[in-house]
Design a binder for this molecule. Structure first.
Ligand code: ATP
Ligand code: ZN
Length: 297
């Protein structure tokens, strides 16, 4: 595929899989709209000059390195693997972790294997779909192993006798348990992230990238924030402010004819039921928690 036009940005996202829905929602929440093409691989950006390329997640880092797209949303696990395998561990710039697609690359061993630490895997055979990343992370710990690459169903390798242990992505651990494996050690924590390419960008294109990144930051910050409104006794202001997660300077309004005040604040951190219960215990009433739709700092 040819490189993007000078005045447009091309973003690669996963076509279908664990990351595709959230990636698309995130871009749509940035106000982007797309005209879908018939082959469904290339979506043209309608109001904002940002086009989409829908591909397999494994291809995204290569497309970025080759200059076929400017941005990509992919798991850190894949980005690191491709950079290590193909580019000396470099070439891509992590612009923003996106808060979804969480998983961990773990070393897992058969339940009955008597081993407490990955250093005991020295010289052993490890099956994985992430050979470069696994080798790199184990070597960093001073452990050298025989890495055995499998493109899928890594968890069955120890049972088949083709490997002593595995290095695989885990989110809940159910697959490991079903295959009588136990998690020995976490090698790498991963989530979906927005990546760009290292190196200089033309001024026009940088302007576009900055605009898109500012919108994205606004959407992500808004998703993390809540707008809280409540009533409280005037003398509890300090205590209430301390109890509001991620708030330093709330807005205060007096409530006519009472000694109570209304407090409004944007909470920069998650608001849980425990926070509300603590606020109530501190004298707050009429507590409302509202979502923040958009935010531009
Ligand atoms: P594709 O067809 O695009 O190659 P895939 O089958 O390789 O898809 P998915 O299973 O959709 O990929 O996973 C995409 C990404 O989701 C992974 O690279 C990883 O970053 C993340 N992820 C989150 N949880 C898990 C999990 N439990 N197992 C595997 N990947 C996970
Ligand atoms: Zn894949």
């Amino acid at each position: 595929m040819s490189k993007p036009q000078i005045n447009r940005i091309r973003v690669a996202i996963q076509k279908s899989g664990r990351l595709s829905g959230r990636s698309l929602d995130l871009l749509k929440n940035c106000g982007l709209q797309f005209a879908r093409s018939k082959d469904k691989l290339f979506w043209y950006g309608k109001d904002f000059p940002v086009d989409l390329l829908l591909v397999r997640d494994d291809d995204i880092p290569r497309l970025l390195l080759d200059g076929v797209c400017d941005l990509g949303i992919v798991g850190e696990n894949i980005a690191r693997e491709v950079m290590l395998e193909r580019n000396g561990g470099k070439g891509l710039r992590l612009l923003r972790k996106l808060g979804f697609g969480h998983c961990r690359l773990c070393i897992a061993v058969p339940e009955e294997m008597n081993i407490s630490d990955s250093t005991e895997l020295e010289g052993k055979r490890i099956a994985t779909s992430y050979p470069a990343l696994t080798r790199y992370l184990l070597e960093k710990k001073g452990i050298s192993t025989e890495i055995f690459e499998l493109s899928g169903s890594v968890e069955i390798a120890p049972g088949l006798g083709t490997a002593d242990a595995i290095s695989d992505l885990v989110s809940t651990g159910t697959t490991l348990r079903a295959n009588h494996l136990r998690e020995l050690e976490v090698l790498f924590e991963s989530q979906a992230a927005l990546y760009g390419r290292e190196g200089d960008v033309s001024a026009d294109r940088q302007l576009l990238l900055d605009r898109l990144l500012a919108r994205l930051e606004g959407v992500l910050r808004a998703a993390e924030c809540k707008y809280v409104m409540l009533h409280a006794p005037r003398e509890s202001l300090k205590k209430i402010t301390e109890l509001l997660p991620g708030v330093e300077h709330p807005s205060i309004m007096s409530l006519e004819g009472t000694d109570r005040i209304a407090i409004h604040a944007v909470c920069g951190e998650a608001v849980f039921w425990e926070h509300l219960e603590a606020l109530k215990a501190a004298g707050a009433s009429a507590i409302l928690v509202l979502p923040v739709e958009k935010m531009l700092a």
